[in-house]
Design a protein around this ligand. Structure first.
Ligand SMILES: Cc1ncc(COP(=O)(O)O)c(C=O)c1O
Length: 393
């Protein structure tokens, strides 16, 4: 596999957003990159001027916990890539997630989680029970009638990932949003896995899109950051509450590095996609591999006409009920690092159960699953490594 047809109707525009759009070197000495404005505060020519402008903290540069011009550059690019109105960047993906949940949920509200959800989101919602916020989740039946049957009179938000980052099951985002809109429920989608280049949830009706920028957008495993993209009305609420009051702020230095990440995102992502499909196809043909959870191997890729590509992340299951054996296979790998996170240049492998399988807390994730984040190495060397690791089965 060395060529994947690019199906995104947005591709040329997206590449321009990543590389050029909104940038005007003539405004900053001809510099090809935007300036890094390292200032905690911004000054005004007079107290009167300050007093007038102080009342629009969302629009003015006052203090970098609110707005910073370098961070603004990144926010404009991310908002455009997602085809949303506004973006706010945060110091981590969890910063964007908690700012959203804190701002949009109140005592008495219920959240419906659909698909496997990033664990700390569930932890946050567990803790929110003390504020009388409840949640429930659906991990495997995505039939719209079933989802509708799980909506309660107090359901305020449907929070989902598609594809989920362990099982890679996908949802029909447009249908889910239609259902939510009919019931007056806010939809929130974590779009970290496919990035805005390969899926644009806002175009299918999602209200808030969340990102951990620490993955593909940073791309080099050296940064932590997050973003939320939404409409003006929802942005205003999150900005005033969860963002300003919780204070998860991105620095100008990190913003310029994320802007650098965007420059190569289209090229990197395509290579991650090709490498991952090559490895996934090899695993699909392996006699000891029970299942490969990659949308192209599951035959679910673009089943709803909402995907333009797949990333380097997928998982596979071996034919065993022995978690120790899963650990042994992993320990034989030499070309993969063992670590959490994903989306960087390096290939990573893990079992999400970390040696202990808890059937109650497993969130629908099978025992024998191994998740791979396929990096930018030569895919044949990764295949050779997997071949020798799997030979113990
Ligand atoms: C799908 C997903 N969403 C959100 C996050 C949280 O992002 P961060 O680690 O930048 O806080 C992660 C982190 O691994 C993730 O995998």
């Amino acid at each position: 596999m060395n060529f994947i047809e690019n199906t995104s109707p947005y591709w040329a525009e997206d590449v321009s957003i990543c590389l050029r759009e909104g940038e005007n070197p003539a405004e900053y000495y001809g510099s090809i990159n935007p300036p890094v404005i390292m200032s905690s505060l911004f000054t005004f020519p007079s107290y009167t001027d300050m007093s007038t402008r102080f009342h629009d903290i969302k629009k003015e540069y006052i203090y970098s916990r609110g707005r910073n011009p370098t961070v603004d550059f990144l926010e404009r690019k991310l908002a455009r890539l997602e085809r949303g109105e506004y973006c706010k960047c945060t110091s981590s993906g969890m910063g964007a997630i908690t700012a959203t949940l804190y701002s949009l949920l109140s005592s008495g509200d219920h959240v419906l989680l659909v698909n496997n959800i990033y664990g700390p989101v569930i932890q946050y919602l567990e803790d929110a029970k003390r504020n009388n916020i409840s949640f429930s989740y659906i991990t495997d039946n995505f039939d719209m009638d079933f989802i509708e049957s799980q909506i309660k009179p107090n359901t305020k938000m449907i929070y989902f990932e598609s594809p989920a980052t362990m099982t890679f099951k996908e949802l029909h985002i447009k249908k889910l949003c239609e259902l939510a809109k009919k019931k007056g429920i806010i939809t929130v989608c974590d779009n970290t896995c496919t990035t805005p280049l390969f899926q644009k949830p806002i175009t299918f009706g999602v209200d808030v899109v969340l990102h951990s920028l620490s993955k593909y957008i940073g791309g080099h495993s050296d940064l932590i950051g997050g973003a939320l993209i939404t409409s003006e009305a929802i942005y205003e609420k999150i900005y005033a509450l969860g963002y300003l009051l919780q204070g998860s702020v991105m620095s100008a230095q990190d913003a310029i590095l994320f802007i650098r990440g965007l420059r190569t995102l289209p090229t990197r992502l395509k290579q991650h996609e090709i490498n991952a499909i090559t490895v996934a196809e090899y695993l699909s043909a392996h006699p000891k591999v029970k299942k490969v959870n990659h949308p192209r191997c599951l035959g679910t890729f673009n089943q709803y006409g909402e995907n333009y590509g797949t990333s380097g992340l997928f998982s596979f299951e071996i034919d065993t009920e022995d978690l120790k054996l899963v650990g042994k296979v992993l320990d034989r790998l030499k070309k993969f690092y063992f670590g959490v996170s994903w989306g960087g240049f390096e290939s990573l492998a893990l079992s999400p159960h970390f040696g202990k399988f808890d059937p109650v807390k497993n969130n629908g994730i099978p025992l024998s699953i191994i998740r791979l984040s396929i990096g930018l190495e030569d895919s044949n060397s990764l295949i050779e490594d997997l071949e020798q690791a799997l030979s113990i089965l």
